[in-house]
Design a protein around this ligand. Structure first.
Ligand code: HEM
Length: 490
């Protein structure tokens, strides 16, 4: 099984910044002055830009020095060449990227992020939401690619139901059902040597899409059906998801020229996004009709989407939430699962430990999983955390500075986009004891108590980010990964 595609969570946008600056005025005023002795921004090391093309040429196909498809490698090269801080300046159409490989400084940036943190992300989506389809998104465009007050307003409205444990636990049974179907597919697909096909990651994407459809649209999309006709709605959704996932990085980093001349890639991107909106509206409207017929006695009877539909007058909130969850909830988790399954397959000792732990928690594998069972598998959860630390599929996170800040002894002006490459910092001896050893035990409290030299800097490995903007789907993501790992490990 191959999995070299990596997820990049940060990117850039200047749009909507005015809202944010307005809100942050009072916060910025409280922050401390940077001493004049601090070194100037221009002295931060990094590759030298050339006239006209700046450093963008280094990211271009063929002539470029850095393979943007392997951004983890770019982060690694820059770290090795320039140390704990490195600046990639002179990028066409976007602000500088500042790579920070110091966990203490990453912590500092997060702690100064203010009430409406700005994660530079998906400029295509920002443009789509705020310009191309402003008619649809209006003043509450969701959380992904949205900043300032509109972000805060939307996140406040949806955060409670999405993160509440009792809502998330309602999905153990539906996700187990989807996962059982997936395991049946795995059994059908394996060859005479019990190997999965080389495009197995496609099937994992379908499992992820099926899970997110169940959570965000209240529907079984049917993605795991092996005999889908090419013009079925399900196949079209799979194709649209694939298109979105494969082309966003190209549009945003390799060919950012759509901002000036709309390319065919950009036109297809817009068409694709419009299709997603259509699908979300269709399924949410159906959920609304079902809700009208439902006998509801308490919140506990409601699914996530039904809770949103009940608490919000405007179904638009549910449409936009569903769209955001689908957009970021497929590739992130699929890549994580590819990494987890690969590590599991190649580590028989850890495999056995997970198996024994499961046998203890759940002697009969046919018993439906409950939250109690999942509480009794700390090693399985630690295994996932260790895979994230060592082989994180989220290369990094980022924040656009909303005020000047001293970072690694340099004066960094506001507006600069900081990148925190968790894939590098999670593997640095400075922050993790025996960093090169794969050791899930390091995450178990019993182990940390017994071992005085087992330290992990809390900001070195942050797969879900940090603070008010932390991953909104993290509880669902954890649940999906734990269920899948439990089911394949029996
Ligand atoms: C293992 C899988 C996943 C990983 C590693 C991951 C990681 C992340 C990270 C690093 C961020 C940025 C956080 C920050 O800025 O501090 C993020 C944001 C987000 N994630 Fe995830 N994610 C995963 C799965 C999911 C899933 C399954 C969903 C949907 C159910 C989801 C929904 C979101 C949303 C909506 C945001 C934007 C939050 C905001 O800006 O307010 N994620 N994720």
């Amino acid at each position: 099984m191959k999995f070299n595609s990596k997820q990049l969570i940060f990117d850039c946008s200047k749009l909507l910044r005015t809202h944010q600056q307005y809100r942050l005025k009072s916060y910025v005023a409280q922050t401390s002055e940077i001493p004049a002795t601090v070194k100037p921004y221009k002295d931060i090391p990094g590759p030298r830009p050339i006239p006209l093309l700046g450093n963008t040429w280094r990211l271009l196909p063929i002539i470029g020095q850095y393979q943007i498809a392997d951004f983890a490698n770019v982060c690694d090269i820059l770290h090795k060449e320039y140390g704990k801080i490195c600046k990639l300046s002179g990028l066409v159409g976007r602000p500088d990227l500042l790579f920070v490989y110091d966990a203490n400084e990453i912590e500092k940036v997060y702690r100064h992020e203010g009430p409406t943190p700005y994660r530079p992300s998906m400029p295509c989506l920002v443009y789509y939401k705020s310009v191309v389809r402003k008619d649809f998104f209006g003043d509450l465009p969701g959380v992904v690619g949205v900043h300032g007050e509109p972000w805060r307003e939307f996140r406040t409205r949806v955060q409670k139901p999405v993160l509440q444990l009792h809502t998330v636990r309602k999905y153990i049974e539906p996700i187990e059902v989807v996962t059982n179907d997936f395991i049946q597919r795995m059994n059908e697909m394996k060859d005479e040597n019990d190997e999965m096909p080389s495009d197995f990651d496609n099937e994992i994407h379908k499992w992820a899409l099926e899970c997110i459809g169940r959570v965000a649209l209240d529907v079984r999309l049917g993605c795991l059906d092996p005999n889908l006709s090419p013009d079925s709605e399900t196949q079209k959704i799979i194709d649209a998801a694939k298109y979105a996932l494969r082309n966003v990085a190209i549009l945003e980093l390799k060919m950012p020229f759509w901002r000036y001349i709309p390319s065919s890639l950009w036109t297809k991107y817009v068409k694709n996004m419009n299709y997603f909106i259509e699908i979300c509206m269709k399924h949410i409207d159906a959920a609304m009709q079902r809700l009208k017929q439902k006998n509801v006695t308490s919140d506990k009877d409601l699914s996530l989407i039904e809770r949103i539909l009940t608490s919000e007058k405007d179904p638009k909130i549910a449409y936009v939430l569903a769209l955001d969850l689908i957009l970021v909830g497929i590739d992130t988790i699929s890549m994580a699962v590819c990494s987890i399954l690969y590590q599991l397959a190649t580590r028989p000792e850890e495999q056995e430990k997970i198996h024994q732990e499961l046998l203890k928690a759940l002697p009969d594998p046919n018993t439906p999983l409950t939250s109690k069972h999942l509480e009794q598998v700390p090693y399985l959860k630690a295994f996932i955390k260790e895979v994230f630390r060592v082989y994180s599929t989220v290369i990094g996170n980022g924040r656009t500075l909303q005020q000047d800040l001293e970072i690694c002894g340099y004066h960094v002006p506001k507006g600069i986009q900081c990148v925190f490459p968790t894939i590098i910092t999670g593997n640095m001896e400075d922050y993790v004891t025996n960093a090169s050893t794969f050791m899930p035990e390091r995450w178990l409290s019993k182990h940390s108590e017994n071992s005085s030299n087992n330290t992990i800097h809390p900001f070195a490995s942050l797969p879900y980010g940090h603070g008010a903007r932390m991953c909104l789907g993290r509880r669902f993501a954890d649940l999906e990964m734990q269920i899948l790992l439990a089911k394949v490990s029996f």
